[in-house]
Design a protein around this ligand. Structure first.
Ligand code: SIN
Length: 304
């Protein structure tokens, strides 16, 4: 038996495979495919204080080896979450993490305080990297002073595991990784999507209503891997790798580069069982390679 357990902040994850926010609904959409509780954790669809309708359609477009989205944080708000989603996700026997978003620091803080009262939520992913909203999101995560201020304020309001989700749309990912660590984050997750665009040459219109959107999928993997590697060398807190992880080989690359856990995103749109297949593949790889503990693989390339 291989030990797959990893610790991030105050949370023990039974294995390092998590799902990326916005690609796994609230878990129940996947119940017919596999036992969601097998995963190390699930990151729920981004939540805001008030309900949001999101951006106008079209807000998804396929690109070579990738996907553009401009959803704009559509969700029903925290009141609905507490009443209708929380009771259901509480039944999972895995870590449930809430991805929080806001226009202003005060909104992030209020959300963090509300989530702090929910016993069955293991942690918060502080989303300062959504590229599809006019206020909040990436505007916080690409400005060092704002990233620092919001992380500090949310840390003061939240006492369980705090993960800060970083934007790749910056010059130095290391600077933002260090800011999160300095302001008390337990972990960083990266990367959120890269700002991109596409044009439909039949209509000669942008493919997305918002013109630009966030690029994910295999196209971003080498960039994500490079950033995870850089960040993991720069901070002591655990790093969660995200970006084009389609199979267990991809996940193993991220772990060997320094990620303590991974989030599976776009892959779940193609194969709803991608995350659990990745988990099985990691276990098989470790057994074949003679590793008894996943921790021996984390950052392996940095030790040789
Ligand atoms: C969105 O809802 O637009 C995507 C969320 C994100 O990229 O953080």
């Amino acid at each position: 038996m291989v030990n797959l357990e990893v610790n991030i902040g105050k949370t023990t994850f039974k294995n390092p495979v998590l799902t990326a926010s916005g690609t796994f609904g609230n878990g129940s959409e996947f119940d017919d495919f596999f036992d969601v509780s097998r995963l190390g954790g699930i990151l729920l669809k981004g939540t805001t204080l008030e309900p949001r309708e999101g951006n106008p359609y079209p807000r998804m477009a396929e690109t070579p080896s990738g996907m553009l989205n401009s959803v704009g944080l559509q969700n029903k708000g925290i009141d609905y979450f507490e009443k209708n989603i929380y009771p259901k996700v509480s039944l999972y026997k895995t870590n449930v993490i809430v991805n929080i978003n806001g226009n202003y620091i005060e909104e992030y803080v209020e959300l963090a305080s509300r989530v702090n009262k929910l016993d069955n939520i293991a942690g918060i992913e502080l989303n300062i990297s959504c590229p599809n909203v006019k206020m909040g999101g990436m505007a916080f995560g690409t400005n060092a002073a704002s990233a620092r201020e919001v992380t500090k304020a949310v840390r003061a309001a939240y006492n369980k595991t705090l993960i800060v989700k970083l934007s790749p749309n910056v010059t130095s990912i290391v600077d933002f990784a260090r800011i999160a660590e300095e302001e008390g984050a337990d972990s960083i997750s990266l990367i959120n999507t890269l700002l991109g665009m596409a044009v439909d040459i039949r209509t000669l219109r942008p493919s997305l209503s918002t013109i630009t959107g966030g690029l994910s999928g295999p196209a971003v993997k080498p960039i994500a891997l490079r950033m995870v590697w850089q960040a993991a060398k720069a901070v002591r807190i655990p790093v969660i790798g995200i970006g084009g992880i389609m199979n267990s080989d991809d996940a193993i690359e991220f772990i060997a580069a320094g990620a303590s856990a991974v989030q599976v995103g776009t892959a779940s749109f193609i194969d709803p069982m991608a995350s659990v297949r990745i988990l099985e593949g990691i276990e098989e790889y470790l057994t074949t390679k003679g590793f008894n503990d996943i921790k021996d693989l984390i950052g392996y390339i940095n030790r040789k």
